[in-house]
Write a protein that binds this ligand. Structure first.
Ligand SMILES: [Zn+2]
Length: 510
């Protein structure tokens, strides 16, 4: 049979009946779901092969020729690829699981698991009553949870749509313990932060995140970070970091977190690695050389990117004169400015851009200050994963929220041919599953959880743009989470709306 598959130069078509005896289930078993006749890109990075995939009780139970099997539901995946569900390693959806639990921006692009609690901010622990920080706005505005156990238990009771693993934010630890979060912690405060981190990890957080470019994370010394990383190491959990500087001092900032990792033994992920502003373009050659050297010496370090040359976070007035193009994503006092460029607002108001930025606060923004070539080069590094960094609260969000994963497969793989589909799928499935310790996820193998995506490699594409940032992607045909189909959305009249996601609490190392 002829199949039209992107990047098929890497493919040796195998026969459907290659696996004469399917691996897994006895042929008498009635399966819940069979995905038939697709090309399986199993997440390992190995070449695709033709096979049916059988699912029972939320798990993949058989792979091979399954037409003899009976099933409650069969999906025709001929000429399509069947991959493990995508793992978004960098989400800020902590409270969205509670506010808007359908999470269509995830399911429409094939994401079946998200890691939340990034950039130092998480849904728990809650700050002391008098403490707050601007970066908490990345989460939205409902109250935070007193502790990680209460947060995770709430998610479990509400039943998440997709799987979720949580990091605990370092800003939260500071805000929950320190009377003055802008100070250096006293020895007692540092101990209390360590205890709170220990409690969060014991409850099932997969690690802790730092946001060293934001208050109050920016006040932390390397010694403080190491003291916390040593606690994470006790649990074999990890440290993810929005590093201190992604511009002029990006090299020093990478070196700082690598040192934390070397000195503590704690595995780490450098979040959304990038070099901002023209003068710094190209510096990733040196930061990545440093990362490679650390890896060669046994330091467990990886990184992630999102596939865009614009970044997005809260509006920082000091950046107004450093970055030419800044687009406002939300503003509490001036919602009429959502979606406008800061330069135009400044002209309209007859003031300079920094002053306009101050008047817009609290607010969010997109900053156009990266080199697309550099983003693509970082993406190709073997230890680089993909994190959307999507900001679901923003009224005019960065398009990465809706388009990251389909953009990777449509533009970086099919159009730009940066990697084969198999290699790209590995970066968004088995690699993050192993880095974050997500057991039996990220591969199509018997016994693994049935997080599955069927997509058309010839049509998959993001549609979200800077001007229309919430357009859903195309080319995703089906998404299943733990064996249950979440996309296309099931008809509520026929199927009771149970949400199939699981809270992925960190499992102790075997
Ligand atoms: Zn960040």
């Amino acid at each position: 049979m002829n199949v039209n598959i992107a990047n098929n130069e890497t493919t040796t078509p195998c026969k459907l009946a290659d696996a004469a005896q399917p691996v897994g289930a006895p042929s008498s078993a009635k399966l819940d779901l069979i995905i038939e006749g697709g090309w399986v890109v199993d997440g390992s990075g190995e070449r695709r092969y033709r096979a049916d995939v059988g699912v029972l009780d939320g798990r993949i139970v058989a792979i091979g020729e399954l037409h003899q099997h009976t099933a409650v539901r069969r999906i025709d995946a001929r000429n399509k690829l069947v991959a493990p569900g995508f793992i978004d390693v960098h989400g800020h959806d902590d409270l969205m699981f509670i506010q808007k639990p359908g999470l269509p921006w995830k399911t429409t692009q094939g994401v079946t698991t998200v890691v939340v609690g990034n950039c130092g901010v998480s849904a728990s622990p809650a700050p002391l009553p008098h403490n707050t920080a601007a970066s908490l706005a990345l989460l939205g505005d409902i109250p935070l949870y007193a502790d990680m156990e209460r947060y995770l238990a709430t998610l479990e009771s509400l039943q998440p749509q997709i799987n979720v693993a949580a990091l605990v934010g370092h800003a939260n630890l500071r805000l929950a313990i320190m009377r003055d979060p802008a100070a250096e912690p006293t020895p007692q405060e540092l101990q209390a932060m360590q205890a709170l981190l220990r409690q969060s990890l014991a409850a099932g957080a997969v690690g802790f995140s730092t946001g060293l470019a934001y208050e109050p994370g920016c006040y932390a010394s390397q010694a403080e970070l190491e003291a916390l990383a040593r606690v994470a190491k006790e649990f074999e959990a990890l440290h993810t970091s929005h590093i201190r500087n992604e511009g002029n001092e990006v090299e020093q900032a990478v070196e700082e977190v690598l040192s934390v990792s070397r000195n503590s033994g704690c595995a780490m992920v450098i979040s959304h690695h990038k070099c901002m502003m023209n003068a710094n373009w190209g510096k990733s050659e040196r930061t990545i050389a440093n990362i490679d050297a650390a890896r060669a010496q046994g330091t467990q370090v990886s990184m992630d990117i999102y596939p865009y040359s614009g970044s997005s976070t809260i509006l920082i007035p000091e950046r107004a004169h450093l970055i030419e193009r800044i687009k406002i994503t939300w503003s509490t006092p001036h919602p009429e400015c959502n979606g406008m460029y800061l330069a135009d607002i400044a002209v309209q108001w007859g003031c300079d851009k920094e002053e306009a930025a101050r008047r817009l606060l609290p607010a969010g923004a997109i900053y156009f200050a990266m080199d697309e070539q550099e983003v693509q080069r970082i993406f190709q590094h073997p230890c680089c994963m993909v994190g959307s960094d999507g900001l679901p609260n923003d009224s005019n969000p960065h398009p990465r929220l809706w388009g990251t994963f389909t953009r990777i497969l449509g533009r970086y793989v099919r159009e730009d041919r940066l990697l084969s589909v198999e290699q790209a799928v590995r970066k968004i499935t088995s690699l993050p599953a192993s880095v974050y310790g997500l057991v039996k996820r990220g591969q199509i193998r018997p016994g693994y959880w049935a997080d599955l995506v069927v997509f058309d490699p010839d049509t998959i594409i993001d549609r979200a743009t800077w001007d229309e940032p919430t357009l859903p992607s195309e080319g995703i045909e089906m998404v299943a989470v733990n064996g249950q189909i979440v996309f296309p959305p099931p008809d509520p009249a026929q199927t009771p709306s149970t949400r199939p996601g699981q809270v992925l609490r960190r499992q102790p190392p075997a």
